[in-house]
Structure formats: structure tokens, C-alpha cells
Design a protein around this ligand. Sequence first.
Ligand code: ADP
Ligand code: GN1
Ligand code: MG
Length: 353
Amino acid sequence: MDLKYIINQYFPSKRVSDVSIFGNGHINSTYKVKLDGISQEYILQRINTNVFTSPNDLIQNHLKIQSHLYSQKQNIEVPELVGRNSKSHLYIDEDGEAWRMMNFIKDSYSIEVLENENQAFEAGKGYGWFLGACSQLDTSEFKEAIKDFHKLSNRINQLNDAIKSNVVNRLVSVQDIIDFYLKRVKSLLEIEKLIGNSEIPLRVVHNDTKINNLLFKDEKAIAVIDLDTVGPGVVLNDFGDAVRTLTNTAAEDEQNLELVNFNIEAFESFAKGYLQQTRSILNQKEKELLFKSPILMTYIMGIRFLADFLNGDIYYKTNFDNHNLVRSLVQKRLIEQMEQNQDKMKQIIKDIN
Ligand code: ADP
Ligand code: GN1
Ligand code: MG
């Protein structure tokens, strides 16, 4: 694959001065692009079409968000897609790979592990702003990029399929971890019922609010990125997944589990920022259940990593043999610690409300 050739499809009259692998995403392949004589930099991405089978849907969803949010910028923004000669925004190369280009958010950086509580508050404001800004959009306008993405029963079925198939013979090594997760299914499925009967409403949500999908500049949240999964979902997905990643004192794939601890101060700061932006939008039931969502989302990620480990690492990018297993163990440890802190988390949300 000739990256310069692909960049040329977007900027036919420009010379590429630099293109390099960038970021830490688990799904797409991301490159930072510099062009001669232009200070604006760009992000080029190869969309993972094993995961996103209809890349054009992603483009359409992104354009919808981009044009809607353009009028609502509040020092926070989303990246803008670059069109090809005012034609399509998507480029399909000769091998059938799907590409897109967007502006690099100037002077920005993403973080993997929270460094201070102000970042948690800023993350709350950033993702809260996103929910608020999307609140006038109708869920029916969006294509669901991955069906039943955060539906627990769907993820349980996938784990059970992986257990049954045991394609790479890894089952015996993880039986106790499977037991840990399966023991908790029943109580977590209660939340799915509330979603099913619309007590928890469907909204346009981000659906992938890990901390590195937010960009900072000078310690302020300035952009929400990775819009691939934006579409129908519930607020618990966004609140819970952000808490999962930013309250973890270590990396999502930390091998020394003793370093993995739940930071309740970060939880409180995030919740303050989030509710500052969304208090007037959320209903009573949503607010009441926020405190439970981190366990739900950490659980969902924990079983997704575990299923991928059992399936032979076919979904997430991995860098070492047991990478997905390590990720799942990190989620397990976080769940244990969140369980111990449930009462405190409930009280914190109540006090902020
Ligand atoms: P993935 O879907 O694989 O997670 P992302 O869209 O999240 O890919 O991009 C991976 C990383 O690249 C992000 O965590 C961020 O650090 C960086 N990044 C992506 N888009 C931009 C952008 N428009 N401006 C600046 N950095 C970006
Ligand atoms: C993936 O794309 P990225 O790295 O931001 C995944 C999320 C998981 C996350 C776990 C489309 O997110 O659902 O929470 O990894 N995205 C998709 O780190 O599956
Ligand atoms: Mg990402």
C-alpha cells in the first residue's frame, strides 16, 4: 500500500512532507500527514472493514454529526472529514481497503492513563457536551455501525459461542475467569430490561468514550473524536465506558494487576463535569442508574476481550500472546474494586444531582 498515493487522492496538487503511524486505537490504522507549505496537519485512516462492514455508513454518520455540531461549538469540536475533489469522502483503493481523511486537531494530545483529576472533570465536560449537543438529533437518522454493540445479552452470546468453539484450545486456561464473569450476568441483565422497556431512553450517543477518544489542549478537553460508533444507544454506555477507562490507575493492558486500581476521586470529578453538561437533559431513572453503568461497561469490555482471546485474537489489535487475556483481567480487577465502591459511587451521584 502506497500511502502517498492514497493521500494524493485527497490532495492531488500537494506534496507530502511526512506521513507516520499515529495514536493507539485498537481498530483502525491511523497516520498523521504533513503537507508541504501547509500548517494544517491531517489524519489519514484505513477503516477496519472486518469490524465496520459498511464504511460509507460511517462517513454518512460522521458528516451528519459534523454539520450538526458545527453550529454548537463551545470550545469543543469534532474533526472534519476532508472530501476528495469535492466528490466522495471515502476512498476505496485497488485492494478494496477503505480510507478517509480528516483534519488533525491542532496542538492536541490524547491521554491513555489519567494524570490528574482536572483531566477527569474536563473529560466529563467534553463527553457531556457531546451528549447534549446530539440531544436534538433523532436516532433514526443514524446507521448502527455495529449491531447490538453494547447489548449485554449479545455479548454474552458471543462469549458462549467462543467457549463452545474453543478454536485455539485456550479454554482450560481461563475457566476461573469465565466463572467470575458468568456469575454476574443475571444481575447485570436487569439493566437491559430497563432499556428494553424504555425507562432508559435511546439517544444519539458516542458509544466509544474511552479516555483516548477525547483530545486535550493545555489541559482542556477540546475535541471528541472516533465517531465510528455514534448512533442509537443509552447514556449509560457513554458514562460507564468513560469511567471504566479514566478511573483505572493503570493502562487497559497493564500486566502487573496490582497497579490496576479504581480511582474514586476521578469518578467524582468526571461525574461533576458530565452532569454539569447533562443534568437538564437526563431523566430521573438515567441519573439514578449512572452509578451502576461503570460496572456494566467494564463487564462488557471484559467479556469482549475474553471472547476475542478464546477466538484466537481476531478482533482487537494485539501486541503479545496473551494481550486480550491481560485486558480482560484488568477489567475483572476493576469490576471487583467498583463493586466494593458501589455505595460510595451511588452517594456521589446523588450529591452532585
Ligand atoms: P481507532 O478507531 O482505531 O481507535 P481513533 O479514531 O480513535 O482510531 O484514532 C486513534 C488515535 O489517533 C486517537 O486516540 C488520537 O490519539 C489520534 N487521533 C485520531 N483522530 C485525530 C484527530 N482528528 N486529531 C488529532 N488526533 C487524532
Ligand atoms: C475499541 O477503537 P477504539 O480503540 O477507540 C472498541 C471499543 C472498546 C475499546 C477497548 C469499534 O475502541 O468498543 O471499548 O476498543 N471499538 C470497537 O479499548 O469495537
Ligand atoms: Mg479510538
